[in-house]
Design a protein around this ligand. Structure first.
Ligand SMILES: [Zn+2]
Length: 249
């Protein structure tokens, strides 16, 4: 199983990265996890737009799903005709939200390009991956992920405040891709995002093999976020970066 970071900027694209998007590959199957604004460009350095086998959307905030509108245009109007449809797994209301974002009219129905399926907590198989989902702690319905293949496991926090569900999903995982949106400070809003320190605490509680911090907001000092996580988690620790790959097993 290979994870490639397409986009790791939190909340809005940064100068060096689009918003959230990750490519997960195994056995020739390509799963896209989130598709935030700006992701479609660098995605094409890693895979053709006709080479994605499934897409999962953790939640429907724009920085996690808005490039699905651009993807729909690319799939629908190419000179070679429409591309074969892709299954898209997202929270309830995904189809209507994306159609509204693209605008009424031609995009009222994206179902020729995207076969929408609604995510629910629990286990499901997508391609070669055994995926476990649970709700995490964010103001809209948001799923955290555990993705297992070949005896290895990757966990993804999506966007979340402090979350026991995230610790359960990540328990013993080889790699935790965990958001670290907030710099430590007074009066941080609860139940929205994690600080670097809290990301490190979640990784330590889950006893993961490696922690990769992501959803990095451009106005933060990322070295301080990393140092805060290192104060809580003693294992291998790094910042996500667009184009970085991680091989698990
Ligand atoms: Zn969000």
């Amino acid at each position: 199983m290979r994870l490639t970071v397409i986009g790791c900027a939190g909340s809005f694209p940064g100068p060096a990265s689009p918003a959230s998007c990750y490519l997960i590959e195994a056995d020739g199957f390509r799963l896209l996890l989130d598709c935030g604004n700006g992701a479609l460009g660098p995605l094409q350095r890693q895979a053709g737009l006709d080479q994605i086998d499934a897409i999962c959307l953790s939640h429907l905030h724009g920085d996690h799903c808005l490039d699905m509108c651009s993807y729909w245009v690319a799939m629908t109007y190419g000179p070679g005709g429409p591309l074969p449809s892709i299954p898209v797994y997202g929270p309830a209301g995904t189809a209507a939200r994306l159609a509204a974002a693209q605008g009424a009219g031609l995009a009222e129905d994206m179902s020729a390009a995207f076969r929408f399926e609604t995510l629910t907590p629990g286990a499901r198989r997508i391609g070669p991956f055994e995926i476990t989902l649970d709700h995490v702690n964010h103001p809209v319905e948001t799923f955290g992920f555990r993705i297992a293949h070949g005896g290895r496991a990757l966990a993804y926090s999506a966007d979340t405040g402090e979350s026991a569900a995230l610790v359960r999903l990540a328990r013993g995982a080889d790699l935790l891709l965990c958001e670290a949106s907030f710099a430590d400070g007074p009066d941080l809003p609860p139940d929205v995002h994690l600080t670097g320190r809290q990301a490190g605490q979640h990784a330590a509680r889950a006893d993961v093999g490696e922690l990769v911090l992501t959803h990095l907001v451009a106005w933060n000092d990322q070295d301080r976020i990393l140092a805060a996580a290192a104060g809580e988690f003693a294992g291998p620790l790094s910042l996500a970066a667009s184009g970085r790959s991680f091989d698990l097993g």
